[in-house]
Structure formats: structure tokens, C-alpha cells
Design a protein around this ligand. Sequence first.
Ligand SMILES: Cc1cc2nc3c(=O)[nH]c(=O)nc-3n(C[C@H](O)[C@H](O)[C@H](O)COP(=O)(O)OP(=O)(O)OC[C@H]3O[C@@H](n4cnc5c(N)ncnc54)[C@H](O)[C@@H]3O)c2cc1C
Length: 660
Amino acid sequence: MAKQRDRELGMNRAITRRDFLNGVALTIGTALVPSQLFASGSNFAPEKAADYYPPGRMGLRGSHVGSFEVAHNLRDGDFWEHAGEPSDTNEEFDLVVVGGGISGLSAAHYFRKAAGQNARILILDNHDDFGGHAKRNEFHIGHQFRLGFGGTFSIESPAPYSSVAKALVNELGIDVASWSKVVDRNLYKSLGLSPGIFFDKETFGTDRLVIDPRPLAGGEAADLSVNAPDAWKRFMAQAPLSAVTKRDLERLTHERKDYYPDLSSAQKKDRLARISYAKFLTEVAGVSNELVHLYQAAPHPLFGVGVDAVSAQDAWGLGYPGFEGMNLDAGPGPGMNRDAIRSEEADRYFFHFPDGNASIARLLVRKLIPAAIPGNTSADIVTARANYARLDDSASPVKIRLNSTAVRVRHRGDVASVKEVEVAYVRGGKLQSVRGKNAILACWHVVIPYICTELPSAQKAALASAAKVPLVYTNVAIRNWTSFKKLGVDYIHSPGGYHSNVALDLPVSLGAYHASRSPEEAMVLHMSRTPCRPGLPAREQHRIGRMQLFTTTFETFERNIRDQLARTLSAGGFDPARDIAGITVNRWPHGYAYEYNSLFDKFWLEGGEQPCVIARQRFGRIGIANADAAAYAYTDAAIDEAYRAVQEITSSAASSARAW
Ligand SMILES: Cc1cc2nc3c(=O)[nH]c(=O)nc-3n(C[C@H](O)[C@H](O)[C@H](O)COP(=O)(O)OP(=O)(O)OC[C@H]3O[C@@H](n4cnc5c(N)ncnc54)[C@H](O)[C@@H]3O)c2cc1C
């Protein structure tokens, strides 16, 4: 039976699954033994090969096999027993940056502005591609070329971009105001498509796709407007929900009831900040558990948890139903998550490249190392092919060294007076070290206590508390999207699905890149999965989800993707065996920066020092960046924190009268 189902789903079909075997072979529980970590030897230079091109790789990407084993070994404590002493490459830099995401690349950019164009900078990253979460996925489907985003989706932030971040966006030549010209905003509406909701039989007793009359914010729909005037009526007729739940839904959505009539607006917000939306629904609004199941996964893509771990105040901020009659003042209450505080100014500042913010990373790389990426506009960057062989070139003052995990960053003597930092890293199984006058750690904060052991213990504890939110961004290349047209959907939320959302790509045409505009053309579907364990505190849910991601094979992902798409779309003629041309699963066990939550972080609700403030303190010649430094999972935070870290190390350099 299982074999037959696998055949129907196309598990045997020849699509590119380059990383498949590795994905099966390696898990967190089977970390490489030290002898394997130090296996490759000194001639390791895969980036120099003509066919080295990570954006084209499929299978299990994101935190791909080969990127995390060294760091996990360091975490597990026995790394230095087997590593020996690093061999000095005899390179000296003005700045060594750990982490080649947008924060690390921005730090290099700002440092160069302060120290001059000839400043020697080395950027180390443990992945085979630069950009951190801002990764690019490429697909060739017959003669059609399609791009997808493997992580960071767009220039957007619930709070307005700072003048610093805006200035960088401008400097990179990105015209945010041109957004409406590059996106074909009405394409899907003109084809009669609307958001849908897929009820799965495991959760709701039957598989059924229904137009969603009131899609909730927090998902990834490009457009939440519903294109069907009778959607509510149809939903009530077709949704496989009990009569009680339908009545509850009707009441919750349309009734204007004040559940706390004796409290002031401020007191109500305080109360809502202390209970989850799930509890508010069942214990305050008195709706059925089935309705909670319907809403459970709505905030997954935004928070990495469901409504059990999102406060009712945040749900109110996001516009979820139940609060219309509560007479709450417009402003945010204490402890509100920044994602739940909307700002019109911030909403207007939106731009999406076909590969997401990978284009920002690529524009930064082109600024730092012009020989690595051809072209000179923010439109031609979209189709420009990066030459990875030029990233780490002896002739260039700025170098990006991929496949390199930093394992030790320390001052070469007394922190107060010494003029050099040593950075040791493992690359191709070899432990090497370089020297820098300064270092910026733009990597994930949880890693820092392991690589920079000389930091004060309170700072290490604060850094360690920044464990990230696990997420999966899957891109599925399909040969056509006629099934979406037939079913009348452009975005499908699946409350009980393996992936909670399936979306047609945003139709953006920029430079020489043209989006799929006709249902007969190839398309990249974007799917997102949030591994979590409802009912537990958020950080615990993230920890369990992270473990789950490191131990899930590509085969499991693929089977679930094919099964979910088949069950959702087959009524529209979709055949996974025939229609799927490629799958890239971008797994991010260390995904979003952890944002504080009024349900679990008392200091956030009641006041007190935020761990990220303690975590990001400069230590001697070592500055600390990354979006974690702001506890804010957005690109502007990555940029702002890079700017701050550079200011800190350059102003301390000036005060100690030291030339670069
Ligand atoms: C799936 C996903 C979607 C997102 N979508 C958006 C969005 O739409 N808009 C938005 O503004 N933000 C989004 N974000 C948030 C995103 O994290 C930030 O916008 C930004 O890209 C973070 O940049 P960063 O440089 O701070 O961190 P990262 O991108 O994480 O870069 C840090 C780099 O340091 C590397 N590193 C870690 N340890 C070491 C070590 N020991 N040695 C060497 N390298 C190391 C990491 O592997 C990584 O490559 C998203 C994040 C995820 C995960």
C-alpha cells in the first residue's frame, strides 16, 4: 500500500535531490565524530570549481549538511580534545566578521566606510553560500527560469525602518517606492483567485478545500482580500465544522461583545497580555475547541508558534476576531509583541525581490567585492550570476570565506591593552587561524558563548537565551498552476497540514526576470512549516521543533509535500508525480531571532533589562551584531545592529588613538 502511494505521489520520479542522501545520513543525534570533522585536508577549495553554484542546489538546504556539525561538536564539549592547535594562515585583517548574513555583510560595509576602501576585511560563514537566512533558490523547469526565496522574504518590518537602514537600502540602489510598478498586484485577482483553507481529515474528519472568507494575518498571503462575495455563506455551507463551531465562529466574528466590561482599556490590555489567544477563545469567549483548531496555526509564520503561545493582546493587534466590542484604545499595551503593532508608515515600506532579501545580500557582496557579481543596478542583480571563485581572492581587500565555522575568537593578550584578536575556524576539516585588529560577531548569539569563552558570564547567559525560532521555507517548482486557477485559490492555509501554508509566488518582474503570469507556465510554490509543540512555553516549543528539524530526512519532507499538495489540489487536476519539477527544503533550525513574549518573558511585560541589551555589549576589540542583538527578526535589525557594532569598535579604536 505504502509503495503504491509513493508511486502515485511520484517519490520515484527523477527530480534533482542532490542533497538527499546526506540529508538521510546525518542528524543531530549522529554528529560527526572528531576524526571526521578533521578529514578533508589542506587543498579544500570547492568554491573555485566552475560548477560551484549553491543557489542551484536542491534537496535539504538552509542549514545544510556540512554547515552545522563543527558547531554542534563544539557545543557538545569534546571539540578541543581532538582539534589540536590551529595553523596560522599568516593573514592579518583590520576586521574579521563571523557570519556572512545581512548583518555581517552590512558590518563589513560600514567598517569600510569608517576605515577606508582599502581596509582588509575577512567574513567567515559556515554555509556554502553567503547571505545567512537571505538565501536564493534557482530552478530551471524546461526552458523557464524561476527564482525562489530560501529565507528572508522581503523588505518589511512592523516598525518603520531606521534612517540608518533606509540609507543603506538607498545606497544599494533599491527604489522601495517602485514596488507597485514591479509587482503585478492584480494578476491573481484578475484570474478570480482568493485565499483558501484546507481542512485535513486527520484534524477535521475529511479533506476539503474551501475559500477562506476571513483569512487571518500572520500567514504569507500576498493579498488577504477575498474575491468571492458569497464566500462567508459558502464557507458556512462547505466547511467540515460542527454546527456549534459554525455558530461560535459567526458569533466571534460578528458579535460586538465586551468580555471585561468593568475594566479600563489599560486593564483589559494587561489582562489580555497575560493569557493566550487560545485561552481567550475557550475560557473568555466560550467557543469550541474545534474553532481553536481552526485558528491554531494562523500565527505560525509570524511567531513560530500557534495561538496557544500567542497572547490575546497580540491577537487583538493582528486583527484576530473577538475584540471588536471590547473598546480597546488604539495604542499598544505593555508587553505587546512588535509584530502585533502595526504602523502605516512601516506597511508602506515594502519591497520584495524574486529571491527575497537574498538580493540585498548580493548587492552588499557586489559592493564589497565587485568582481564576484557583475552589473551595477538593483534590477540587474536579480539575474546576475555570482562567481563564487572570486569571493575569497588574494587580490581583494575584502574576502568572504565560505564553508568556514569559527570556533574560537579571543584577544591575543590582555583585553584592555592588546591590539589583536585571533579567530580560529574549521574549513574543509582543517583548523586554521587568522588575526584581526577587530572582530565582529554577526553570527547567531547562541553560538557566541562557545566560540568566545572570555566573555563575562552574565553576557554569555544573555547570549545563550537567544535561541532562535525554527522554521522551514520550502520551494516547490511546478510545471504549471492550472489547478490553482481551477480551484480559485492563490494561497492556502492548512491548519493541520505538515506545511501550514502553500502560496503562489508573488508575481514580480524586475530587470530581465519575468514572473509566471499564465497558469500554463511554470511556477515556484512557497510552502512554510513551523515545527512546534503546542501547550509548552514558546522557548521549549522552539527547542523541540529545532531537534525535530535536525532529525527529519529529506525523504520525509518530500513525501509530506507531495501528499499535502495531492490532497489539496488534485480536484483541480494536480498530479504530484507529473507536475513537480524540483523541491528545495530550506530548513532553519536556527531561524527567526527570538522576540520577547508577554506570556513567557516577565521583563517584557513588567519591565526589566532585556537580555539582548546585555548580550550585545562590546568586549574589548570584539563587537556583537546580528538581528539577535535587537531580539527582532527583521532585516532592518540586522543592519542597525551591524551599524551599532561598527560604531562601537571604531569609536573605541579612535579613543585609544589606534590607526586601522
Ligand atoms: C525563514 C525566514 C524568513 C524571514 N523573513 C524575513 C522577512 O521577510 N523580512 C525580514 O526583514 N526578515 C526576515 N527574516 C529574519 C532574518 O533573520 C533577518 O531579516 C536577517 O536576514 C538576519 O540577518 P543576520 O545577518 O542577522 O543573521 P543570519 O542571516 O542568520 O546570518 C548569520 C550567519 O552567521 C552564520 N554563523 C553562525 N555561527 C557561525 C560560526 N560559528 N562561524 C561562521 N558563521 C556562523 C550563520 O550560519 C549565518 O549564515 C526571516 C528569517 C527566516 C529564518
